[in-house]
Design a protein around this ligand. Structure first.
Ligand code: GLN
Length: 230
């Protein structure tokens, strides 16, 4: 029998058989979560495949209705200008801001990171302003325009594979933003409360560390989690 449990956003969800006797915290850890993935263009399918492997339900988001009932949201790579226009045209721009304000967990990769930043340069463009950082679009120059590197992160002891594709540079982060990984002296994976951004593409590797961390945040209710230091 499936019993309801309440996840970080207060949404009732069925949880897996066998966790009925667990303590409330463990019940939350076992909760099924629904992750929306903005599916306008770019590599949304790769995120869906990785999250499905990790046992999460995913839904492609193109309308306000698609976002309904989601606990987490992925803003994938692609072209941030195109995605921004789509969000604005479909009424999703304000809906995504409200989703974050209500505690929904958001993870933006590359173009998605650009959409999340408070300040976008090179050239400037509007953004959701959900993560206090300044990003410079396409700013890594030719040698790092599109390539694979290994860098260190706070999420795992092993070197993390980082695929950069015409990535933005995170040029500044606010004091409250935690830098989870760096490459070449610049932050490449950052988080503040329920909003996380990577300038690289973890969904294009076999390493699911970053997506696992995202799902942990979703399951825990990220507003309560202030640091991943461990
Ligand atoms: N260069 C793209 C932009 O500025 C981002 C590239 C990507 O998402 N891989 O929007």
């Amino acid at each position: 029998m499936l019993r309801p449990c309440v996840n970080g956003r207060g949404n009732p969800r069925p949880y897996k058989l066998g966790c009925g006797e667990a303590a409330p915290e463990q019940q939350n850890a076992e909760c099924e979560v629904k992750i929306g993935i903005l599916a306008v263009q770019g590599d949304f399918a790769a995120h869906a495949a990785m999250l499905a492997e990790l046992g999460a339900e995913t839904v492609e988001v193109r309308t306000l209705e698609n976002l309904d009932g989601c606990d987490g949201l992925i803003l994938p790579g692609g072209e941030s200008t195109t995605q921004l226009q789509f969000l604005q045209e479909e009424g999703l721009f304000d809906a995504v801001k409200k989703f974050a304000a209500d505690g929904g967990v958001i993870f933006g990769t590359c173009a998605g990171a650009i959409l999340l930043a408070t300040e976008v340069k090179n050239p400037g463009q509007a953004s959701l302003g959900l993560l206090d950082m300044t990003v410079l679009r396409n700013a890594y120059g030719r040698q790092l325009a599109s390539d694979v590197f290994f860098g260190s992160s706070k999420l795992t002891d092993s070197p993390m594979e980082m695929v950069f594709i015409r990535a933005p540079v995170i040029d500044r982060v606010g004091a409250a933003v935690e830098v989870l990984a760096e490459y070449g002296g610049k932050p490449v994976l950052v988080r503040k409360a329920n909003v996380m951004a990577a300038t690289f593409h973890p969904e294009l590797t076999a390493d699911s560390t970053v997506h696992k961390h995202f799902l942990e945040l979703v399951r825990a209710g990220a507003r309560r989690a202030t640091s991943v230091a461990r």
